[in-house]
Design a protein. Sequence first.
Length: 398
Amino acid sequence: MIVVFGVFILLGCVLLLPTLSDLVSLATVLLVRRPPRVTSPDLPKLLVLVPAHDEEMLLGACLESLLMMRYPVDHRSIVVIADNCADRTADVARNAGVRCLERHDRSLAGKPRAIAWALERLPLAEYDSVVIVDADTIVCRDFAAALAESAPLGEKAVQGFYDVYNRDEAALTKLASVLGTATHRFAYPLKKRAGLNTPLVGNGMCVGSQILLRHGWTAFSICEDWELYAQFTAQGIRTECAPGAVVYAQETHTLSESLSQRQRWTVGKLTVLGRWGPRILRSRHVGVRQSLDAIGELTALGPVLQLGAVVLLVALSIAVGAPSVVPLLIAASLVRLLVYTAAALCVQPHPFASLVAFAFLPAYAVWRLRAAVGAVTLLRHQSWIRTQRHRHEHDETG
């Protein structure tokens, strides 16, 4: 029984790690005076890559939003990578007046391979940073300008605010909007102010050209964004957030449509944790605080999955007669989630409607637990499965 209690305590400590890291970050922000950030007076030149696989339905809206950005035309270039397309993706790109690179290699399919292929064919040295924007998303008009506020960009990676385009479509999309706001508007900026790396989510991300010229594109897993975050952290490369650089993605509005996406994220993070977790802990480029924070991010389950896991573990620990401190330790990991969620609700356009959507949360948490268990069986067979999308119906880009 002592071993069982020990397992519960260990799981509780793992779940609590992000909360402890944020408390240390908050103390650092309040007590330690950081030197002013050195900014570049020169406006960075951006190479915007749009990897697209059979995206003729949504690519036009994406390119229109990129072309309408309030950013000097001579300081940004937009290139579409039509990757193994069997539709009119390349025609849509060229009709919009955008350069298109067509790739045909089904033996090495997928977004990471397409990006690596394109980078070998483009003049990286002419740009300060490479920006990745998914073809099924749209960006706000100040997207590039907000990224430029983090200049100089050549030796760092910057992640924009990955927001939900169709937030009012269903309870699931409302929840996604709240939780995304909690992450990108509150959690990540705290890390940035405390001098910690912020995770990358791939879409709306920019990577310094000097990094790519030195190392190339080296992330090829099904969660290339988490892999890049882990790689850069282990190498001592700075990653930070840019909350004003908003990219809007279409969130799936049914559980069946989101299943493959959630399982891919779960499997991808587990794979990255296994490959890069030990390297981060051993790295000479990373301090103790950054190491623990990165491990906390890689072990974090995601808000809804963590809620379900905590409820299950608390119930099991009580059922086996564990001391009261054990379920309290496990439940304490929800404090961080509750604080960020409450803050995010306060800034939603329709906070009451978003709050009502939380009635769907118990059922969603149970489904998310089942999806996570099913994802473990996919560890040996990691493949990308397309998520269902539909046409944009209105403009929220501002």
